[in-house]
Ligand binder design. Structure first.
Ligand code: CA
Length: 225
């Protein structure tokens, strides 16, 4: 499967960092403050979507009205404040080794995230120095339409100058997998969260793995045939 591949685009939350458990709690608590019911499980279902879009869905459902951009942005700031109370998220086990393997196989590594949190994005450049190409990082600020639409991954390929045929996407969330497939890429889902593998398969993932080592081995074994 690595034949002809030149770019690997990694999602951030739940793929680079074990940050999703914190995000899930921050979502639940911040929405609770507005009287909105949102479960942690839902945070995983909407993972990858731009924060304001998620708010428009859950608040719109609760209040039975459209939520204007400005109101949603205000509420998203509350969510970001809750998230900021948590300690720094640890790296996902084996992710640097997986990137090192891809770099050695001649691929460039980029990041495509629905997050706009500058603290984590600056950290990427520090934590993955020499692995991630600094010019191939796409954040919520680079696109107006987020995952599950293909725009973020298309933007990542544009920044690197590669085609969908040359690109592998590494995702952990259903909407992220859908975005990668809609962009025409080969998508590896690494299931680092509480959702079932079936949900990731149903979203269109080409391979579903349980960790980064398995993802690397899956690519390696397919490469040899
Ligand atoms: Ca993710």
């Amino acid at each position: 499967m690595l034949q002809g591949k030149r770019l690997a685009l990694f999602d951030m939350d739940g793929v680079l960092y074990n940050s999703m458990p914190y995000h899930a709690i921050a979502w639940k608590k911040s929405m609770e403050a507005y009287g909105i019911d949102m479960t942690e499980q839902e945070a995983y279902m909407y993972e990858g979507m731009r924060g304001v879009e998620t708010i428009k869905i859950v608040a719109g459902r609760q209040w039975k009205r459209d939520i204007p951009d400005e109101e949603a942005q205000q509420m998203y700031r509350k969510k970001s404040e809750e998230y900021a109370k948590f300690p720094t998220a640890s790296l996902i086990e084996g992710v640097k080794e997986f990137q090192q393997f891809l770099v050695e196989m001649g691929l460039k590594v980029g990041i495509v995230t629905g997050s706009g949190q500058m603290s984590l994005i600056n950290r990427i450049l520090h934590d993955f120095e020499g692995l991630v190409s600094p010019d191939i990082i796409v954040t919520a600020n680079d696109v107006s339409h987020g995952k599950p639409l293909p725009d973020p991954y298309i933007k990542g390929m544009e920044k690197g100058g590669f085609s969908p045929e040359e690109t592998i996407v590494i995702e952990n969330a259903p909407l992220g997998v859908q975005a990668g497939k809609a962009a025409g890429c080969f998508v590896i889902a690494v299931n680092t969260g509480p959702l079932s593998d079936e949900i990731l398969k149903d979203s269109g993932a080409d391979i579903v793995c349980s960790d980064m080592t398995q993802a690397r081995n899956a690519l390696l074994s397919q490469h040899n045939y």
